[in-house]
Design a protein around this ligand. Sequence first.
Ligand SMILES: NC(=O)c1ccc[n+]([C@@H]2O[C@H](COP(=O)([O-])OP(=O)(O)OC[C@H]3O[C@@H](n4cnc5c(N)ncnc54)[C@H](O)[C@@H]3O)[C@@H](O)[C@H]2O)c1
Length: 249
Amino acid sequence: MLSLEGKNCIVTGGASGLGLEIVNQLVAEKARPIVFDLDENRLAALAGRAELRTYCCDVTDERQVEETVKGIVGEFGSIDVLVNNVGVLFSAPLISLSPSGLKLHSSQMWEKVISTNLSSAFYVSKHVVEAMLKKRTKGVIVNISSISARGNAGQSAYSAAKAGLEALTKVWAKELPSIGIRCFGVAPGFCDTESTHVAVNEKVLQDTVTRVPLRRLGQAQEIAAFVIAGIKNEFLNGKILEVDGGLVI
Ligand SMILES: NC(=O)c1ccc[n+]([C@@H]2O[C@H](COP(=O)([O-])OP(=O)(O)OC[C@H]3O[C@@H](n4cnc5c(N)ncnc54)[C@H](O)[C@@H]3O)[C@@H](O)[C@H]2O)c1
């Protein structure tokens, strides 16, 4: 099993929710978490914690990503683990009838969801893998997907982005082991995080819970523990692990 002690681990979107819980569990493993986020208030709240590093970086901007990754390699020497956790949820049907007439899915939200959930993982992974190759690091990439990757009604952009992320996971699991890098995905079901309660209507959430055999939402700690176990398990590669209370069976 891989020891995380002293390992440099980037977590994108690590300043809140699930990402922050992954960061906390990496600290418990004596790793050095490196948080990429663009929420300056949340980053400031982490600034006093000496056991981790924070970088204000918009991961949808490849230039910022490239510069930030270069800076980390310059400061810490190597990158061992990358968790592509950043994500944004937007729900809307492709077309719907509203009191004012037909409403079409916003193309602006399509672009935002695809760039945040999918393109960001491509940009960060590309530059991190280059750094891992140059330093001959035995690296790990984790992509945080969602059970929505199977196709949730009302989530065209989010489902497409997560399905794309799962495809990248499989591609990289085939391409990268020859240079010593593993890649796997974790697809959570509905979790009891602030972002879920903001993005999903409470009635829809309660209806969803009745379809979960365990009859509850997941906890961020339960998802993060799965991520950490997967990073440590050196025989895990290419699989998407669903943690959803049995919602999708
Ligand atoms: N919470 C759930 O129920 C749930 C379920 C399934 C999958 N997921 C996935 O888990 C991941 C984390 O979800 P969460 O609920 O913890 O989200 P969250 O909204 O709590 O956290 C996302 C973080 O990403 C940051 N961020 C957003 N855009 C960014 C950008 N362009 N550059 C850098 N940082 C950016 C935000 O500031 C925030 O800190 C996402 O990929 C999400 O799709 C969550």
